[in-house]
Ligand binder design. Structure first.
Ligand code: FES
Length: 89
């Protein structure tokens, strides 16, 4: 099971990597294509890491849609961040 990197929009690591490998190599682009990072923005450091790890030379990004508010609590974000840190360890 793939880790939810963006809990606001329920976007998994596998989905994000798939978009990066198709040439979406900016945070704005990921927001446009799969909504990752368009809520509270707390996942954007992780998106940058994934872009660095998986980007190709192809760039096909667009401006991100307007950001939406995040209804999730800091506890949920902390749990997600812990899972991410464990993955990177
Ligand atoms: S966790 Fe990705 S925008 Fe809130």
């Amino acid at each position: 099971m793939s880790t939810h990197v963006c809990v606001c929009n329920r976007v998994t690591e596998d989905e994000i990597v798939s978009w990066i490998q198709r040439g979406v190599v900016t945070i704005d682009g990921l927001g446009e294509y799969c909504d990752a990072g368009t809520g509270c923005g707390d996942c954007q450091d992780m998106l940058e890491e994934l872009i660095g790890d998986f980007q190709t030379d192809e760039v096909a990004s667009r401006p991100a849609p307007e950001a939406r508010g995040c209804a999730l609590s800091d506890v949920i974000h902390g749990i997600r961040q812990g899972a991410w840190n464990d993955r990177k360890a």
